[in-house]
Ligand binder design. Structure first.
Ligand code: HEM
Length: 136
């Protein structure tokens, strides 16, 4: 069994540090944020959100992606994304968000192994965000 699936929080706890600490993560947030908000296929979901709120969202997004998440986080994410489902959010949009995160990390020379770990954590949230995971 994949260790990451067994205990995501403890396993990915060091991803943040391994990526290069706060400065590197700050650079990643900026790049990722501009990619997501400039994507014409994602813009509609973020249209009503103020810039400080967007920045806050991205920070918490990456905190989760880099530090791991558990079932409680999953339930929180289910709730905070529920209003996006009637707007049409689906796997296609989820894939785009993941793609932007992955490409931002490649651009910043994050090691491929680390990129894989971050994407695995994000993938573990897909079913919650798209409201397909069984209730906790
Ligand atoms: C692994 C995937 C994702 C993670 C980890 C994630 C994480 C988060 C987090 C932590 C928040 C803040 C929640 C809060 O403060 O209540 C948030 C909000 C938000 N997310 Fe995501 N998200 C993901 C995927 C997506 C996708 C695919 C979309 C849309 C295409 C999306 C659109 C949004 C929007 C629009 C908000 C702001 C909601 C609001 O404040 O009205 N997210 N996300």
């Amino acid at each position: 069994m994949n260790e990451n699936k067994k205990c995501p929080r403890s396993m990915v706890l060091t991803i943040f540090e391994r990526i290069g600490g706060e400065d590197a993560v700050e650079a990643l947030v900026t790049l990722f944020l501009s990619r997501v908000f400039n994507d014409p296929n994602l813009r509609l979901f973020f249209a009503d959100i103020s810039m400080p709120k967007q920045a806050e969202k991205q920070k918490s997004f990456l905190t989760m992606a880099l530090h791991g998440s558990d079932k409680n986080d999953g339930e929180m994410l289910r709730e905070s994304h529920a209003h996006l489902l009637p707007m049409g959010m689906n796997d296609y949009h989820f894939d785009l968000v993941i793609k932007h995160l992955e490409e931002s990390m490649y651009e910043l020379n994050v090691a491929p192994k680390l990129i894989g770990e971050v994407i695995t954590v994000c993938e573990s949230m897909r079913e919650y965000i798209l409201d397909r995971a069984p209730p906790a």
